[in-house]
Ligand binder design. Structure first.
Ligand SMILES: [Zn+2]
Ligand SMILES: [Zn+2]
Ligand SMILES: [Zn+2]
Length: 495
């Protein structure tokens, strides 16, 4: 590939170097990179662990990748019964990588299960003590920032890191000093990514010291994704040789003030990116008209955020969650100045779609997913952004479901969809065809791409079996598309 690699498990088109404006080190392109191409690929993590609730339903070795393909039933490790695996292949892989070092500790701690960050720290400390990391890997890792100074100024943060480090020192019986373990914990806090499935569901924590060199920008040019234990950093925009690579550490669809607060509190820096330089002059901060009285909007936002918070804590009661989310959205809508794309409006709808799916309310979920696809995502995310592809995929799946299973009775939303006369077959064909055709210029990972390609092929073949080919009947498809646009408008008017 012509790309020199800093570590055997890493393939990259970048090289580390000093970054301007006090950002420490960063990664820089060694060649021009096209949209959708790999900027960094890491085959093996430095450390990756599942969130505690995921230990039960996700394989601790392949992180659900093989489950997605084969749907295997997981078996618990017979030693600790804390971690689960697809089969012997996954089990022995993780045993060799790290589990042999931690299994007896997990057994001793039962019934307590360590939280994700403590499990990650324990793994790193054990692997370091047993000489399982290469000198190069450890070298890059120990050069990462700790921000220990800043951490010491926030008592709660310091206490947390202290406590975890002490516990890990105890359990691991390592020779490493408490101080060294604390530095590990601080680096983990600052540099870990959300580990996700190929479908972008969060499942745990992931750290790779080389990928951790990538700086943040709210106006980023690359996106992180995972396929099993493999990390992909893909170009979201064309990147020129010598240009710095940027990813986003946070949700950058939020207004300026929210972003900057999160970056300074969690990552200890004052964001100097081009988007932040525009202040409140970006779509993320705009209202549909200049408000005469900001306080009305501030009150509405506060109420909406409170309801959103209540919804997220109404554990296991999706009906209640749906009510709270819908009233929060109504409050924002009633201000008549709150764009659909301004947060927290868009996040409320995302959350609502998840809740609706959990209670099998597919018609309503379809309408919200269609609103998101047509009216929100084109503003919030560029074409190559994986979130945009994921949302399109969810809409296609809902269309497939409704076309096969039909509509719920006694549902206002089902009636609305039926009145529109929408032909789901053409809509889902179009969404999948569009997704499939743009995969190479997207930041999605291989398993996601395979799933989309397979589903599109299936749908297309069903049309062909019936003697039809939507790719040659553009006028029919575009007429159906107009119906969908009209339906979305009616649904919005009804909200
Ligand atoms: Zn597995
Ligand atoms: Zn075990
Ligand atoms: Zn910024």
């Amino acid at each position: 590939m012509g790309s020199q690699s800093p570590l055997p498990s890493v393939t990259t088109k970048t090289v580390p170097g000093p970054a301007p404006s006090g950002m420490g080190n960063g990664l820089f392109a060694t060649t021009d990179i096209k949209v959708g191409e790999d900027v960094v690929h890491a085959a093996v993590p430095f450390v990756a662990v599942l969130d505690t609730p995921r230990l039960d339903d996700t394989c601790s070795a392949c992180f659900g990748k093989r489950q997605m393909e084969a749907g295997t039933e997981l078996k618990a490790c017979t030693g600790c019964r804390v971690v689960k695996y697809c089969d012997r292949t996954c089990q022995s892989k993780d045993w060799k990588f790290a589990h042999s070092l931690e299994c007896s500790i997990f057994q001793r701690l039962k019934p307590q299960v360590l939280p994700n960050n403590a499990r990650a720290l324990l793994r790193m400390v054990l692997r370091t003590s047993k000489g399982k990391y290469t000198t190069q890997e450890l070298g890059i890792f120990t050069n990462l920032e700790t921000h220990i100074q800043e951490i010491q100024e926030v008592q709660a943060h310091l206490d947390r890191i202290n406590l975890t480090s002490k516990a890990v020192k105890n359990y691991s019986e390592t020779d490493m000093t408490q101080e060294a373990i604390m530095a590990y914990a601080a680096r983990l806090d600052l540099n870990s990514f959300n580990l996700t499935t190929a479908m972008y569901d969060r499942i745990g924590l992931y750290l790779h010291p080389y990928a951790a060199l990538i700086n943040h920008s709210c106006d980023y040019n690359a996106v992180v994704g995972f396929d099993g234990e493999e990390l992909y950093v893909k170009a979201m925009r064309p990147i020129k040789k010598n240009e710095q690579i940027f990813i986003s550490y946070i949700d950058t669809t939020t207004p300026n003030e929210v972003r900057r607060k999160e970056l300074s509190e969690r990552y200890f820096f004052d964001c100097q990116c081009t988007k932040c330089a525009k202040g409140t002059d970006t779509p993320e901060d705009q209202f549909t008209e200049t408000p005469e009285d900001m306080s009305i909007l501030e009150i509405a936002e506060k109420q909406a955020l409170e309801l959103m918070q209540q919804a997220s804590t109404s554990n296991g009661k999706p009906e209640e969650e749906i009510k709270k989310l819908e009233s929060a959205m109504r409050i924002l809508k009633q201000t008549s100045k709150w764009p659909l794309t301004r947060q927290p409006y868009a996040s409320l709808r995302d959350q609502l779609i998840i809740s609706l799916l959990s209670v099998n309310n597919f018609s309503k979920a379809f309408l919200h997913a269609a609103i998101r696809y047509l009216r929100i995502d084109p503003v919030l995310y560029s074409h190559a952004h994986p979130i945009r592809h994921l949302h399109a995929w969810i809409l296609a799946k809902l269309a497939i479901y409704l076309s096969q299973q039909g509509f719920e009775s006694n549902s206002k939303e089902a009636a609305l969809i039926q009145e529109s006369g929408l032909n789901f077959h053409y809509i889902l064909w179009y969404i999948l065809a569009d997704l499939a055709s743009r995969q190479l210029e997207s930041c999605t990972v291989p398993s996601f791409r395979r799933l989309v390609a397979a589903n599109f092929a299936q749908v297309h073949n069903e049309f062909k079996a019936n003697g039809m080919d939507p790719s040659t009947s553009k006028s029919i498809v575009s007429a159906e598309w107009k119906k969908l646009e009209k339906l979305v408008q009616v649904a919005l008017d009804n909200e």
